[in-house]
Design a protein around this ligand. Structure first.
Ligand SMILES: [Zn+2]
Length: 136
């Protein structure tokens, strides 16, 4: 999962806008897989998609979200989840794990929507997130 996080923070995951910039032909459109009619990008998927808004759900958004400021990019979002010195090292680490797991599960759901034609369901998303956080 840490390689995936590195790739997200360095804009190295194959979102549709990235593939298009590299000249990879994408069947269909560059629109977000969530169906919101915006162009799919890293920022869009993890920060601003109103359909795939995993950080807006109560578990992530209400319980763990530290700052009420909207992050400008995923790096800032990652810092919000683990950079505050208000908390001790253990809590910061826990929040970082929650953030990393959340974006990892969202990316897996994203890929399932594209390659398996699976639709996005909050229950399957939360179940996958819970399974990883429980060590399963
Ligand atoms: Zn979207």
């Amino acid at each position: 999962m840490s390689l995936f996080v590195w790739r997200v923070l360095n804009k190295r995951i194959p979102t549709k806008d990235d593939l298009s910039c590299r000249g990879v032909a994408i069947p269909g459109t560059n629109y977000c897989v969530g169906g919101c009619s915006n162009e799919e990008s890293i920022s869009h998927l993890f920060l601003s998609c109103n359909i795939l808004d995993v950080f807006g759900i109560p578990f992530i958004g209400g319980w763990a979200y530290i700052s009420t400021a909207t992050p400008a990019n995923v790096m800032e979002q990652a810092q919000q989840f683990g950079g505050s010195s208000v908390f001790g090292k253990g809590i910061r680490l826990c929040l970082q794990v929650i953030w990393m797991t959340t974006i990892w599960v969202l990316w897996k759901e994203h890929n399932a929507m594209i390659f398996v034609m699976q639709s996005f369901h909050w229950t399957s998303y939360l179940s996958a997130l819970n399974s990883i956080l429980d060590g399963g």
